[in-house]
Design a protein around this ligand. Structure first.
Ligand SMILES: Nc1ncnc2c1ncn2[C@@H]1O[C@H](COP(=O)(O)OP(=O)(O)OP(=O)(O)O)[C@@H](O)[C@H]1O
Ligand SMILES: [Mg+2]
Length: 502
């Protein structure tokens, strides 16, 4: 990759000429100016990775230049060049954000130090540039690829996908069932240079060992009884694209050995074959298992884990993403209403309350299925709690018996969680919730309305939220955002017992 340019700002031409020649020899693009004001003009007009600035210059000195860079939010890294008499000011410059300083005279030793400093300063500049680009690009995003989500945690997932998609690094996606691991894998593929190549998904848990091996590596003619034709495997067929190994922790250990070898050498051998075949693949793997345990139990090879988890993406469970629950619920409502030709415009209060208080063990898949069912069941223009709450839950089953409240939560936050979960466990019965908790009904209602954003929603009123339009009541989001960081998802939540709705 081409280096960003370097600007030298010094009024001593003996220094600038020598330095420019040395840096150009080292392959850098260099511009030279003789005072601070000129330097600033250049830095405003053009992007430089590093400026080497003399501390004492006409018109604008090194410290002044540094201040201007910061005020104008110019990301160029600044290395100060200083005479011995001004070392104190150079130290001050570092405190104000200069990358480093070099003392004159620039003898061979100093020049060597400078030559070592420059690539590091350029690296810092480039990493910061990349991060700036990404966060401004992803700011305010509510969708990414096929993923819907606007929570902080989903936006950081988008940022990681965006950063690693162009590389060939293997990615391991972790998360409970139904959190969107496959959608993340697809986004990694579609945002990469391999997007035009194939995306090949294999579920390692669904296939018996022999078939999985055959699917992955293919076979030569006559490799086993009945193999009358040769067959290329997933590695060959998805060369130039992405292989998605779903439920990767279920892979039999002898296939893990072969996979490890393929990852290391980027070569495979078909079953019954002698020839090494080069493959150009990117591997994305996913699991909802506790991998530390799988490694400890000898089910997953640790060396394979490290190969696959060059980058790890941890998808948070839906119950920890209050912002996304509402966005997704409205989106699914809009989608299924349209598919079923129904004009449903929103949710009744009780339905909303249940949606945001339920713990969603099956995550987005469960929410999606619940909404599809609710839309089909609904006979009015709004979704009611009884359209939504599955019958087995109306009886009050399948609720977590305990609630995890992170240390650091306030008493008010703990109370809110307790009200929410109790409300969900009574299938949305405010009277029973109040009784169980020893609170009054208005107190329970206040806690719930604070969460759905209506400041004082009267019991019988409706929330008029148009289908498909993100409701995102600001108060609800603010209320959730001020919650302390949730405890680690996997550690805190019980293993999902939800049935897959596929
Ligand atoms: N963020 C999201 N936005 C929109 N739809 C989503 C999102 N996450 C999941 N879904 C939907 O939920 C369902 C489950 O998603 P997906 O198959 O990616 O989950 P998973 O984590 O791979 O689950 P499992 O571990 O059970 O394989 C799919 O229908 C998917 O479209
Ligand atoms: Mg999956």
């Amino acid at each position: 990759m081409k280096h960003p340019k370097i600007l030298i700002a010094d009024d001593e031409s003996a220094i600038t000429t020598g330095l420019a020649a040395i840096l150009e020899d080292a392959g850098y693009g260099v511009d030279v100016v003789a005072d601070g004001q000129n330097a600033l003009d250049k830095l405003v007009a053009e992007r430089y990775g590093v400026v080497l600035a003399d501390l004492k210059m006409p018109r604008l000195d090194g410290l002044g230049l540094l201040r201007e860079l910061q005020q104008r939010d110019i990301p160029t890294e600044c290395i100060i060049i200083t005479g011995q008499a001004t070392v104190d000011s150079a130290v001050q410059a570092m405190q104000q954000g200069a990358y480093d300083y070099i003392e004159k005279p620039l003898n061979a030793e100093k020049l060597n130090r400078l030559k070592a400093l420059i690539p590091k300063a350029l690296d810092k500049y480039q990493v910061q540039q990349k991060n700036r680009e990404l966060s401004s690009k992803l700011e305010g995003l509510t969708h990414y690829g096929e993923l819907t989500g606007q929570s902080e945690s989903m936006r950081s997932v988008y940022q990681v996908i965006e950063a690693v998609a162009p590389s060939t690094a293997s990615v391991l996606i972790l998360g409970e069932s139904g959190t969107g691991k496959e959608l993340v894998a697809r986004a990694l593929h579609s945002k990469s240079d391999r997007a035009k190549g194939p995306f090949f998904a294999l579920n390692c848990a669904a296939l018996p060992k022999e078939i999985l091996e055959n699917e992955l590596f293919g076979h030569e003619k006559g490799a086993f009884t009945g193999s009358t034709n040769e067959k290329p495997g997933a590695f060959e067929m998805s060369s130039g694209g992405t292989i998605f190994l779903d439920e990767m922790a279920e892979m039999p250990t002898d296939i893990q050995v072969k996979l490890l070898r393929a990852l290391e050498t980027r070569q495979i051998r078909r079953l019954g074959g002698k020839k090494e075949i080069n493959v150009d693949i990117r591997i994305v793997a996913a699991t909802n298992k506790n991998l530390q345990k799988a490694i400890a139990d000898g089910e997953l090879r640790e060396d394979l884990y490290y190969r696959l988890a060059v980058v790890e993406i941890d998808l948070p469970p839906l119950r920890d993403r209050a912002d996304d629950i509402q966005l997704l619920a409205n989106e699914f409502l809009g989608r299924f209403a349209q598919q079923n030709g129904k004009s449903i415009t929103g949710f009744e209060d009780q339905a909303w309350e249940w949606i945001i208080s339920y713990h969603w063990p099956g995550n987005v898949r469960e929410l999606k299925n619940a909404l599809e069912r609710a839309v089909i069941m609904s006979r009015g223009t709004t979704i009611s709690a009884s359209d939504l709450i599955p019958r087995h839950l109306r009886a009050g089953g399948e609720m977590p018996a305990a609630l995890t409240i992170p240390v650091g939560a306030t008493a008010a936050e703990a109370r809110q969680q307790l009200v929410l979960r109790t409300f969900a466990s009574t299938s949305g019965d405010i009277g029973r919730t109040a009784k169980v908790l020893g609170l009054s009904e208005p107190e329970v209602r206040n806690e719930l309305t604070a969460l759905i954003g209506g400041a004082s929603v009267a019991p019988a009123s409706r929330m008029s939220i148009e289908a498909g339009e993100p409701p995102a009541p600001p108060a609800a989001r603010a209320a959730r955002r001020s919650e302390p960081a949730s405890p680690p998802a996997r550690a805190a939540s019980k293993k999902s017992t939800a049935k897959k709705g596929r």
